[in-house]
Structure formats: structure tokens, C-alpha cells
Write a protein that binds this ligand. Structure first.
Ligand SMILES: O=C(O)CCC(=O)C(=O)O
Ligand SMILES: [Fe+2]
Length: 316
């Protein structure tokens, strides 16, 4: 009995010892796991850092690093903010026009050539004109010079299509304002690039644009493709854009992007802001897709070749 008790006691001790061993093992295992959990966390951090570095490198190769040249909220006044870039070699293949052909190339932005009130008058003009028709896709244009207006999947000539009724939509004052603004833009481009303003001429197309987030229906709606204006439009030597609405409050997306070798550089539209640049391949650019709201702008461009000059738009 005692033996039995003894055995029992020994047995009880053994069970106790086994339990302790098990507990000890369990504890050891959990501390090993805690230790390895630490290493796993460290490894994960290191991996994330590596991935971030690789991501940054790849985006830089892709030209996806973006610098804001001018944001919507700042006011560039009284002098334009000028960014000089090296002229592309294309110019060697073009006929040179003294006093006009770019000797120095670049881009510039100014908020002191057109007031916000004037921009509003021009935006209303654009709204009225584009209300007459407009593209089924997201991008519509109205060219006051040729009369071209987006309608559905094509264009109509407003002067022919609407005849005299067009005088109920546009006034002489509207056209006068366009001419004034065109003259001021021409003067600031000439001053910035050291040109003779009498040797640069308005060229076509010159148009109001309205862009929203509607899905494109035809190629004309695909405004976001990278392009070089001198290639796309032929006659352009200096491109200017007058913005009629505000990035961030009237629309989102829709920033203007200069696509440089290692970096994108953006201009954020602001009502009354004029952005201008030499039209060669030194200024490859695109417009971001508009994601919300409506963006209005006017493209006003100049040529050095008198053969491509057009007169100011006027009411017929
Ligand atoms: O509206 C813009 O900001 C740019 C438009 C453009 O690139 C063009 O008309 O060629
Ligand atoms: Fe362009």
C-alpha cells in the first residue's frame, strides 16, 4: 500500500514533472516564436523599404515623378514665371524667320495678363456657344475663326448652321474681348522670348475647349495623348493656353503636364492664367484626364510664317 502510495507519489511527481517539462517546452516554443516574430517583422520592414526603393526607381524611369511648376492657389504676378529649356534640334530643319523663330525656348506662366472677370466673360461665351451642340464624348471645341463646333461625333460650322441667330449668342463685345486678350498674349510672348511682336501672327486652329469626364466616343475626344504642337498643328511656333476655370474647385484631373525626360512638370489651371511655350519637341505635353467637373480653356497660337497667318475671329 505504502509502495503503492510511494509509486503513486512517484507517479504524481512524475506527472507534475512532465507537466513542468511540457509547460517549459511550450514556453520555450512561444519565446522562440516571439523571437522569430521579431525577425519576421524586421524582414518585412526591410522588404518594404526595398520595394519602395525599387518602386521609386521604376517610377523615375517612367517619368512619373511630378513637379508642380505653378499651382492653382498661387498668383504669378506681375512678371511671368519663366522656365527656360534647351531648344530641340527640330528648329535646324525649319525655315528661320528673324525676329520670330525661337532663339531661346521654354515655358512661362502669368496671372497678370487676363483678369478673372475677363476670364469669366470668356467662359460664359464658351458655355453659350458649346451649349448649342457639343461632343458626345468628353471633349468639345468651338473655333470662332473657322466656326467649327463639336456636334455629336462630328463638327458643324456655327456661322452656316445657325446663320444670323448666332448674333443672339455672341456679341461684338465678346469678339472685341477675344481680340484684346489675343493682343496682350502676343505682347507677353514677344517680351518673354525677345521677339518682334509684329513678326508673329495668330494662326489656326484657335479654339475654346470644354472637357469633362464623359467617356470618349471618337478620337477627337481623346485630348489626353502626349503630343508636340508643332507636329500636331504644323504652323504653331508659340502655343498659349488661357484657362477659364479653376483646377480643384471647378474640376479635378485636367492638369497640364510637360513630359520631360526624367520628370513630369505640371501647370495647374486657374481662371485668367496664361501658360505659353515654344511649340517644338522641347515641350512635349499632355492634359490629364478630367475626373470630375468641367474644364474650360482657349488655345491661342502664333506662327512665324506669314503664309499661315489668320485674321482675328469676327462676327460675320
Ligand atoms: O488645354 C490645355 O491645357 C492644352 C491643350 C493642348 O495641348 C492643345 O490644344 O494642343
Ligand atoms: Fe498641345
Amino acid at each position: 500500500m505504502a509502495l503503492v502510495r510511494m509509486r503513486n507519489t512517484q507517479g504524481a511527481n512524475a506527472t507534475e514533472i512532465e507537466k513542468k517539462i511540457k509547460r517549459g517546452n511550450a514556453l520555450r516554443q512561444s519565446s522562440t516564436w516571439r523571437g522569430s516574430r521579431g525577425s519576421v517583422a524586421l524582414l518585412l520592414v526591410a522588404l518594404s523599404v526595398c520595394l519602395a526603393a525599387v518602386g521609386l526607381y521604376l517610377t523615375s524611369l517612367d517619368g512619373e515623378i511630378t513637379e508642380t511648376l505653378v499651382s492653382q492657389s498661387e498668383l504669378v504676378t506681375p512678371k511671368p514665371r519663366v522656365f527656360t529649356v534647351q531648344c530641340s534640334e527640330d528648329y535646324e530643319n525649319y525655315k528661320r524667320y528673324p525676329g520670330c523663330t525661337p532663339q531661346k525656348c521654354g515655358r512661362a506662366v502669368t496671372d497678370s495678363v487676363v483678369t478673372r472677370d475677363e476670364a469669366e466673360v470668356l467662359r460664359r461665351l464658351a458655355e453659350r456657344g458649346l451649349e448649342l451642340a457639343g461632343s458626345e464624348g468628353g471633349a468639345s471645341i468651338l473655333d470662332l475663326h473657322s466656326g467649327a463646333l463639336s456636334m455629336g461625333k462630328q463638327f458643324v460650322n456655327i456661322y452656316r448652321y445657325f446663320g444670323d441667330q448666332i448674333r443672339d449668342v455672341f456679341s461684338q463685345e465678346d469678339f472685341q474681348l477675344y481680340r484684346d486678350v489675343r493682343g496682350r498674349i502676343q505682347a507677353v510672348i514677344a517680351e518673354t522670348f525677345d521677339l518682334d511682336p509684329t513678326r508673329m501672327y495668330l494662326t489656326k486652329p484657335t479654339f475654346f475647349s470644354r472637357i469633362n469626364g464623359t467617356t470618349a466616343k471618337t478620337q477627337h475626344d481623346e485630348y489626353w495623348h502626349p503630343h508636340i504642337d508643332k507636329v500636331t498643328y504644323g504652323s504653331f511656333d508659340y502655343t498659349s493656353l488661357l484657362y477659364l476655370s479653376d483646377y480643384g474647385s471647378d474640376f479635378t484631373g485636367g492638369r497640364f503636364v510637360f513630359m520631360d525626360q526624367n520628370e513630369n512638370r505640371t501647370v495647374e489651371p486657374r481662371a485668367g492664367r496664361v501658360s505659353f511655350f515654344t511649340s517644338g519637341s522641347e515641350n512635349l505635353h499632355r492634359v490629364e484626364k478630367v475626373t470630375w467637373g468641367t474644364r474650360y480653356a482657349i488655345t491661342v497660337s502664333f506662327t512665324c510664317d506669314p503664309a499661315h497667318a489668320i485674321s482675328d475671329p469676327s462676327l460675320p
